[in-house]
Structures are given as C-alpha cells and as structure tokens.
Design a protein around this ligand. Structure first.
Ligand SMILES: *Cc1c(COP(=O)(O)O)cnc(C)c1O
Length: 369
C-alpha cells in the first residue's frame, strides 16, 4: 500500500474476502449469510463493501434505516435488504425500493399492513423480530398468537423470517444467559411455525454468536463486525483481518521548551525540551476528545506517539520526542497494529464505536489488489 499524503481510511477488499471466507468456514453449507452493512458498513464504505459481498454471493443485507437501504439500491444492490429499524413515515418509499421491514411491535405491524395494502402489495416480505432478553426491540413471546392472527387476515404481507438478537454472545462468562436466549427463541419459532403453517427463515446469531454458538446458526446468520475484521476477542481477532486502516501525515513539527503549553486551554505543559507533531485529524473526523491528554496514541515509523493536550476539531498534537520522523511522514491511527479494538481501549471504548465514528469528511480509498 502506498504511503498516505493526507488523512485517509483505506478499505482493503482482500481482507474483506478473507473475513467472509473465515465466517463461511464456520457455517454449514446450507446456512445463509446476511451481511450487516448499517452505518456505512461500520464506517467503511457501504456501497463498495456491499457490491463486493454481493459478488461473493452473500444471501442478504441488513441496514438500520431506510435511507441506508436506498443508498444500497442506488449503488446496484439487487439482493434482499432487511431494514432493522424502519419508521412508519417511510413505508411507501421502503416498498417502492423493495426494502424489507423488521416488524417489532403490533403498532408497526398494523401500520405496515395498511401501507402494503394501500400500495396494492401481495405477500410483501416482512421479518418478525422477537425480544428474547435484550429488551431493545421486538415482540414478546406471548405475542405469537396475536402476530399470527393479524398476519393471517391479510394477503398483503408474508412472514419471510423470524429473528431475535443476542445480548452478550461475546462474553463466555455469560453462556447461561445466551443459552437461555437460544432456548426462548426456539420455543417462539416452533410455536410460530406451527401456527402460521409454513416455515419462515430463522436467524439469531451475530458475529460472536456465529463464533461461539454453532447451535444458534439456524437457517441464517447476521454478521457485521466480523466482516470488518473483528471477532470480539483477542483469539478471534487473530483469525480475521481489519478491513479499515486509518492513516494521516505529519503536517508540522515543533520544538518546545520547558513550561511551554500545547493546544487549546493550554491543556498540556512541557516538562522539558520536547518535539511535537501536528496531525490533520480531529474530533470532527471521529477522534473524540476522550483520546486526548495522553490517553490515545498514533504510530509513527513503528513508534507510539501519545496525543498531548486536547483534541481539536481538525487536528491533534502528539509527542514525538525521541522518535525519528519528519514533516510529511505517514502516521497510522489504527489498522493492523494497533487494530481499532486496541486503539479504542485507550479511551475505554470498543472497536464498533471507533470504526463507525470516522466521519464522512475522511476520504475512503478502496484497495482491491
Ligand atoms: C448490528 C446488528 C447485527 C450485527 O452484529 P455484529 O456483532 O456486528 O455481527 C446483527 N443483528 C442485529 C439485529 C444488529 O442490530
């Protein structure tokens, strides 16, 4: 890969292929794969990533909101797209763009049937979500009869799948809770299938569910973070490759003397003769203020340079005392080493947050060879 001349987020499609194949290696050949590409495919580049996965024959896509699904359709995605958190105000557009809603409450079910009927739809695919313990979105187990009764009264919609979501599949200390969720989902899906009279696709596992609970794979799995190269454990991270590398450059080097301060609010005060480098990436690019004041660091020519003082909107200053480097040199924020998970730990957060935080101002560079 060429050296960065500005702040860029490189997206490595070879790493994406590796991750997709690693996840496939964990599945039975008849288990379908749904790629979760919400939030710009976890901050990477949703269209390029989804088109690449479509060519690899992924079965399904999911996004959180309808506008994310529209962007995928505009980019040429023809596979089914599940919208995890649709709002009734957009149902007409959802139907026009052949997006498939997650239905999580009686209110939203009735609103969607009204919209599908109004748009003269027949057997429009919907996905019924059940709450098995996350207590975020989803019908209760006691709602099965009611959902089946309502959906059986209309020919406008058809239940393509029923699903639920695990609360802490990455935490092996909480195996009992995850097993309880799997068991609850099994009871719900058995009852649902029996009373509706046909078998919808059943899906429950996210990335850590795939890696830790083979019994939860069912008919389809949903993976987001795994495709991005993170497995929510050091062990699994070794089997995956981060697809995104955030790079920047040194804009300017300063020599400062004892007692001089750096940045806004003069938050850093030098205790000796020091060298600092200014880097063109700030909180408007996704590096939050919690990374400032020697919490977070960047890597320059293989060495750690801590962020000193407060993170500015467009810049950070780092301590490069003792590091052999020049203006124009490349700076790594995260990628392979450190990976986004390790970088995020410096500010007490997780890979999911830092990778999705990289703002749209940062240029995305697709690497495909
Ligand atoms: C985001 C999301 C996923 C993906 O989870 P990962 O841990 O990134 O694999 C799966 N299912 C639902 C319902 C989600 O909201």
């Amino acid at each position: 890969m060429s050296k960065a001349r500005e702040t860029v987020l490189e997206i490595d499609l070879k790493a994406l292929k590796h991750n997709y194949e690693y996840i496939q290696s964990k599945l039975n050949s008849n288990t379908k794969t749904l790629a979760v590409v919400k939030a710009f495919a976890y901050g990477s580049e949703a269209s390029e990533v989804a088109l690449f996965l479509q060519n690899l024959h992924v079965d399904y896509f999911a996004v959180a909101y309808i506008n994310e699904g529209i962007a995928l359709r505009d980019a040429g995605i023809t596979k089914p797209i599940l919208v995890l958190h649709p709002q009734a105000i957009n149902f007409k557009t959802l139907i026009e763009r052949c997006l498939e809603p997650s239905i999580y409450s009686t209110k939203i079910l009735k609103e969607f049937i009204a919209a599908a009927t109004q748009e003269k739809q027949n057997n429009y695919p919907v996905h019924i979500k059940f709450n098995t313990g996350l207590n975020r979105l989803g019908f209760d187990k006691n709602d099965v009869d009611n959902v089946v009764a309502i959906t059986s009264e209309t020919s406008s919609i058809k239940v393509t799948s029923i699903f639920s979501h695990l609360a802490e599949s990455e935490n092996l200390k909480e195996r009992d809770f995850t097993r309880l969720q799997i068991e609850r989902f099994k009871q719900i899906s058995d009852k649902f299938t029996e009373s509706i009279g046909y078998k919808p696709i059943l899906h429950l596992a996210n990335t850590s569910g795939i890696l830790n609970y083979p019994e939860a794979h069912l008919d389809m799995v949903r993976t987001g973070i795994g495709l991005n190269g993170y497995g929510n454990s050091e062990e699994e991270n070794k089997n995956l490759k981060p697809i995104a590398t955030l790079k920047s450059v040194i804009s300017q080097i300063h020599n400062i003397e004892t007692g001089e301060t750096v940045g806004y609010n003069r938050a850093y005060k030098s205790e000796g003769s020091q060298k600092t480098a200014t880097i063109p990436i700030g909180h408007a690019d996704g590096i939050g203020r919690q990374y400032g004041n020697k919490k977070g660091f960047v890597t320059i020519n293989g060495e750690k340079a801590y962020i000193i003082g407060n993170v500015c909107m467009d810049m950070i200053m780092v301590d490069i005392t003792g590091i052999n480097c020049n203006e124009g040199d490349e700076v790594i924020i995260f990628g392979n080493t450190p990976n986004a998970s390790q970088f995020a730990q410096s500010a007490n957060t997780i890979s999911y947050e830092i990778i999705t935080a990289i703002s749209q101002r940062v240029k995305r560079l697709i690497i495909s060879d």
